[in-house]
Design a protein around this ligand. Structure first.
Ligand SMILES: C[S@@+](CC[C@H](N)C(=O)[O-])C[C@H]1O[C@@H](n2cnc3c(N)ncnc32)[C@H](O)[C@@H]1O
Length: 226
């Protein structure tokens, strides 16, 4: 299959362009930022002044904010998303937020299936609620490609659940079955952690976290034509 055929329909982009403002307000209220920050802090990641991080499908930036709040020093975080409007909202939120150094965050528009970054660029990739819009194998393969060998992917898929099904309907995506999440992840990554959020945190109602470490041969797999 050619790469062009994998690009999702323009309606996902149009949909998020339309709902960006409302989506942003909802995310401010639901506490995802604090939940993600607490989890990332608990990982004690080996990020340094020269580290590069990708938030793949950043939306209006809630996960990028979580990373900032977790207190890691890094060179740059790329907030990458299909929706121009989400990135516009994100850029304005990054500038307004007193706890955030906006100069270290770079919003970039594009498709997660064709990332405009060289192989082995990032020390850490985080993706939350995004790969539900694309074939999981294609998405994970592309994220593995841009991670450095041994780099980590904080993968936060939507889990099969009542709230997940409501979100699936509202946000027009498809939840990947857990068996597929585990099986396909293991083609490119070692699963090194699994995190369930406490039920009192709203993010727990629709999401768990898989902490993945890129396998050495993931580059070769990513270069294999499909
Ligand atoms: C449910 S939102 C999640 C946003 C953010 N990660 C969060 O947790 O708040 C899904 C996001 O994925 C983006 N998205 C969907 N398909 C994409 C694709 N193929 N490439 C890049 N971004 C995509 C949408 O534009 C939207 O911002």
């Amino acid at each position: 299959m050619s790469r062009l055929k994998k690009v999702p329909k323009a309606n996902t982009q149009g949909f998020y362009d339309r709902i960006a403002d409302v989506h942003n307000v909802a995310l401010k209220l639901n506490g995802y930022r604090a939940s993600v920050a607490k989890y990332l802090r608990s990982l004690k990641l080996d990020l340094k002044e020269d580290s590069l991080v990708l938030d793949a499908g950043s939306g209006t930036g809630i996960v990028t904010f979580g990373l900032q709040d977790a207190g890691y020093s890094l060179k740059k975080a790329i907030a990458y998303d299909l929706s121009h409007k989400c990135l516009k909202v994100a850029r304005s939120e990054f500038k307004k937020d007193k706890r955030t150094d906006a100069s270290k965050i770079c919003p970039v528009q594009g498709n997660v299936l064709v990332l405009p970054f060289a192989s082995s660029t990032f020390d850490l990739v985080i993706t939350c609620g995004v790969l539900e819009y694309v074939p999981l194998d294609d998405g994970l393969k592309e994220l593995a490609r841009v991670l450095k060998p041994g780099g980590r992917l904080v993968f936060i898929p939507v889990k099969p659940s009542l709230v997940g099904s409501v979100l699936e309907f509202l946000y027009k995506f498809r939840i990947h079955p857990i068996e597929n999440v585990k099986r396909i992840s293991q083609q490119y990554f070692n699963i090194v952690g699994y995190h369930k959020f406490p039920l009192k945190e709203p993010i727990a109602w629709s999401k768990n976290i898989y902490l993945l470490e890129r396998k050495d041969h993931a580059d070769a797999l990513a270069d294999t034509p499909t």
